[in-house]
Design a protein around this ligand. Sequence first.
Ligand code: NAP
Length: 246
Amino acid sequence: MENRKIALVTGGSRGIGRAVCLALAKSGADVAVNYAGKEEAAQQTCRMCEELGARTLAIQADVADNAQVNAMVDQVIAQFGRLDILVCNAGITRDNLLMRMAEQDFDQVIATNLKGVWNCMKAVCRPMMKQRWGRIVSMSSVVGVAGNAGQVNYAASKAGVIGMTKSLARELGSRGVTVNAIAPGFIETDMTAVLPENIKEGLLGSIPLGRLGQAEEVAALAAFLCSEQAGYITGQVIHVDGGMAM
Ligand code: NAP
C-alpha cells in the first residue's frame, strides 16, 4: 500500500475520464473520481476501479469553482495522505458560430475548460512540489491546435490549456513534477455522440486512420504520462487523433 500513487481525475464519471481512471487503477494507483452532477456514473467508475484493486473516492465538485476545487484536493489528501497525479479532464462544449454565440456560452466554456484547469493545477502544485514528485496531465484537443468552425470558445479554452501546460512545466520542472497535455481528435463519447451523422461522415475524411478514436486509446497515453517511466517528458502536447493534425 505504501508506494501506491494517489490520483485525482476530474470528470472521471464518463467517457475519456472514466477510461483514464481505469487505466490508472490498472497501473496500481488509487483514484479520486471527480464529477459535476452524475453521481451514479461516478460511483460506477469507482466500482470498476475497485475491481482492479484500487481504493477510490467519488467527489462532486464544479472545477470552475475555486473554493470547491480547493476543498476537493484537501479531501483527497485527508483521505489518502498525499496526491501524486492530477488529470484535468473535465470539459464541456457550447458550440455555435461566433456571430450566433451567446456571451454566456463563451464564459461557461472558458470557466470550466480553462479556469477549471487553472484551479486544479493551482490546488495541487504546492503538495506536489513539497514531495518533489508529481504528474499533471490535461486534456486539450486537436481543436485547440487547428481551430474548428463553430467552436471559437472551445478552441480558445483548449489552446489556453496548452499555454498553461507549457508554462507550468517550466515552473515545476526542477521539483520533479512533469506537466503535459493530450490533444485528442474525435473520440467516441457522449460529447461526440451529439454530432449529426453527416458531420461524423465528413470528419472521417480528415482522419488518416479513417475512424473515430476510443476513450481507452487516450487513457493509455494518460496513464503512461503519469508513470515513473515518463519522468523525462514535460511541457509536451501529444496528439491522439488518428493523424488528423500532423
Ligand atoms: P464527456 O463524455 O462529455 O464527459 C465530461 C465529463 O466532465 C463528465 O465526467 C462530467 O461530469 C465532467 N464535467 C463537466 N463539467 C464539469 C465541471 N464543471 N466540473 C467537474 N466535472 C465536470 O466528455 P469526454 O468526451 O469524455 O471529454 C473529456 C475531455 O476530453 C474534455 O475536456 C474534452 O474537452 C476533451 N476532448 C474530448 C474529445 C472527444 O472527441 N470526446 C476530443 C478532444 C478533447 P458529469 O458526468 O457529472 O456530468
